[in-house]
Design a protein around this ligand. Sequence first.
Ligand SMILES: [Zn+2]
Length: 1249
Amino acid sequence: MVPGEENQLVPKEIENAAEEPRVLCIIQDTTNSKTVNERITLNLPASTPVRKLFEDVANKVGYINGTFDLVWGNGINTADMPPLDHTSDKSLLDANFEPGKKNFLHLTDKDGEQPQILLEDSSAGEDSVHDRFIGPLPREGSVGSTSDYVSQSYSYSSILNKSETGYVGLVNQAMTCYLNSLLQTLFMTPEFRNALYKWEFEESEEDPVTSIPYQLQRLFVLLQTSKKRAIETTDVTRSFGWDSSEAWQQHDVQELCRVMFDALEQKWKQTEQADLINELYQGKLKDYVRCLECGYEGWRIDTYLDIPLVIRPYGSSQAFASVEEALHAFIQPEILDGPNQYFCERCKKKCDARKGLRFLHFPYLLTLQLKRFDFDYTTMHRIKLNDRMTFPEELDMSTFIDVEDEKSPQTESCTDSGAENEGSCHSDQMSNDFSNDDGVDEGICLETNSGTEKISKSGLEKNSLIYELFSVMVHSGSAAGGHYYACIKSFSDEQWYSFNDQHVSRITQDDIKKTHGGSSGSRGYYSSAFASSTNAYMLIYRLKDPARNAKFLEVDEYPEHIKNLVQKERELEEQEKRQREIERNTCKIKLFCLHPAKQVMMENKLEVHKDKTLKEAVEMAYKMMDLEEVIPLDCCRLVKYDEFHDYLERSYEGEEDTPMGLLLGGVKSTYMFDLLLETRKPDQVFQSYKPGEVMVKVHVVDLKAESVAAPITVRAYLNQTVTEFKQLISKAIHLPAETMRIVLERCYNDLRLLSVPSKTLKAEGFFRSNKVFVESSETLDYQMAFADSHLWKLLDRHANTIRLFVLLPEQSPGSYSKRTAYQKAGGDSGNVDDDCERVKGPVGSLKSVEAILEESTEKLKSLSLQQQQDGDNGDSSKSTETSDFENIESPLNERDSSASVDNRELEQHIQTSDPENFQSEERSDLMVHVDKRITLAAFKQHLEPFVGVLSSHFKVFRVYASNQEFESVRLNETLSSFSDDNKITIRLGRALKKGEYRVKVYQLLVNEQEPCKFLLDAVFAKGMTVRQSKEELIPQLREQCGLELSIDRFRLRKKTWKNPGTVFLDYHIYEEDINISSNWEVFLEVLDGVEKMKSMSQLAVLSRRWKPSEMKLDPFQEVVLESSSVDELREKLSEISGIPLEDIEFAKGRGTFPCDISVLDIHQDLDWNPKVSTLNVWPLYICDDGAVIFYRDKTEELMELTDEQRNELMKKESSRLQKTGHRITYSPRKEKALKIYLDGAPNKDLTQD
Ligand SMILES: [Zn+2]
């Protein structure tokens, strides 16, 4: 991998070329349909530089080197393997080519651009591309294959042929495929494109991002100038303000077309282009009804952007054979007779009439919409009609202009009499927006009439209604989905092209015929199963009129702003290309650094150009990690690192000037390894890490002190024996190798003593990063079986020890001075290891550090006591429940050096925790190391001295990530569900006994704004009656809440969130009649009088009277029913309100208690008077106490409100309901309108159907 060595080897190998392995390269040119099935084979010496391979390929295929990419084609790594670098001096062998095997490569576009053809005169290559605007590339003899252009799938070959056309495709955004067809059609319409170019965007006036015409302009310029195979349409769709796919799914291309034209018109108001869309695309037709008795005709004029043509006549199974037939049908009048007779205004009676449409004017660009999408009312499915319908390349529309129109008597009536017109114009059979537009009807009607005459006359005379087809929009697939593309004839070379998203290819007239639909066989065979699903659904014709037919503007004819735009877009594309070039040369690798001061592992991503040296990369990493203020640069280096195993793989001595690309093994966006920015103190030196070494974290165990030291890292080799490894460690930590015991911790709780001196580390299971415990003291423990040894016990305990943070109660009686009196020593079996350090006051103060040291020493003392006990039995089953407290003086002056390691560790723990917490907290924190195999009961006993009360008088709450606290009550469970650094809160109060539950008692205040008020925590026990619990509550309520209650003047009832539920009867027993769970909640309700609820069969509902005449709701009033009968409810309601029984109406409240509802809605919105006789059936389902019932007097009239009063009330209600948390919902069933969002007026709806 060292470049110096490589270079030296090259000449030597060339000398022995005959023996040198060869690399077989098989290259497939995927950019060109002609060559895709051919393969270029090169058999090169393995030492050939990659650069040379590119030259050879370029020569063979005839492309300019550097205008194509070579990517791996073997299929395995292609996704994450970047293209080969055509300038690389690396040998094929080093570039991962395999000698003696087939190395498959694909030749592809570079940066989305097609390879440039190497011409005889090589200087012409660049120019020919630059000059290319519209028109085919000068590629000789290229004939697009046409057989597969209709294929739905992007077959390999169809991808290839468009590169030859010179046209740029459009990338298919999800669900926007018909947009691409429309955009390409508009782009290929000279009159539209030229007009769009004439319009000038004023940046000062609007945001370019939301300007539709401007984004269209940019797109068109890119379609003309981009060197890419296809470009994105995202900027255009963004200018619409449509949020991606959703808007597109429901609508078709006609709608999009209309909506986009409207948007353009809006933006173009007051400009030269103001009427452009109408001039180009809008036609006029007349909708008429003619009385067959008197000849009077009622009519109105409509405009259209496209003519919708049905595929099959209504009720017929046979389709129209051609567009011409369908057009005739379109204007074929229907006779209104029999029951459908028409009321003639002149005859003043119902007469037979003729109703129909007449074309008055055809637009310059005529759009025919083939209504292939329909709705099948028998199956209720959207269907697609695939029937064959032919369309001509030239369409004579003169036959569809109604000459009769002029002669008919209504023409006179129209011009003569505006009044009659007006009446007829407002015929409700037509729905058109013009009717909303005052005065327009008449204006258009008169004006158009004369205009029509002119057009139709001149049309007849000059016979100039010949239209030329130039765009066929095709849908391929079913009604459920499919693909859209467009076949468009270029007006510059009369050639047809298929614009299929990113693929543009030449096609023929025959290909157009294939889009007629139906089966390719004889006409009349309509089985849709066999019919092609690929067919035209929209046709665009242009009037043949030499005076009007425009050519595309030439480059030099462009307005200045377009020339500037072309320049700007070209520069942008160049810039993007440069950016991609940089990307291509940038190695992106994860970078870690253990911050030397904060001791926190930091992570970042290092992006470094492949040519930057290691030295430069170190500097970048140094700045990135913000170490400038912390340590000097020369105390940092980058090493190869494996974060997952926390393994330092190798260092890079002597590679300071090696480029990173080489060091990392190529340019990639992700690597299988990471880098670590390693730091040293100025007086330290960096070790050299060689590949193949393993890392071992050595923890020294001191059996006497029962301490495990912080790790020291050494590096070893897998083929080292245990004996050799011991010597290595002996040197590193200065302990005798002879008595050394090494224990490997392979994973949690898997401790393995390395006992066979000749075994290798590999055989013992060492891997990249390892953790060992080392002990070397001359105790008897050395001779014991490992499983019985003290070392094992110590390590086992160590592995199970977790650190917990305990928050003590504020006024804990266990103050520091008292604490020693409760210091517990021993009593527990050997598996309990607890050491508690109390932290009080700001961190770093002398006092707190002393406290820590003291605690540690106390711990040591306590452990040594334990050890003595272990000596005589080692019995782990010995009960911990009988705690004997022993008074031990604080041995402040017994610190010995063996504790120093632990102490240092402790200091670090304190330092890493946020000092602010300690300063701001009134309460004091305790950090506890505890063996998680002890029970909660034992743990609590250990905490007693710190809390200062017996364990039965405090509660343990576990704090979860969300700061939620849950009480831990199961005394026999171990702490195994806890993990390192969990938090615990201690609260004073009686701890629960078995069968007891902590219960939160809330007061129910039905008529308050906040009906649910917390009172106190109580303890209920299994087997207790409700009455007993009430008795216990009375003194607590008095003391804690100042509530003086007598036993028969309050009740307890079920609380489900905020809903009052079942009323608990005094004789109910908890856990028998009433289920309690931990963290249970209950409602307490103060009663006005004696409790009426005596039996389970009673039902207590909350009633509330609605007074429509005052727009007011009365307060809640409880009604106790003896049964679920509706009659009883009505009787009771009548009783309490005085409303006559027959006038009572009631409704169930909606939602959760208090079922709030706006007074503006209640009268209509609730389901008043449900048709039921009992309350416990649908739709009421009132089965439990606490349901809300509204009632009213049906004779009471709703108050009449002025608008002002209504608004006032609405405001008041919405603020009231917001306060009570009632959500105000609006009807969600609002039709989603297809709309392009404009700052201007709403869109005109031109829908004709
Ligand atoms: Zn009539």
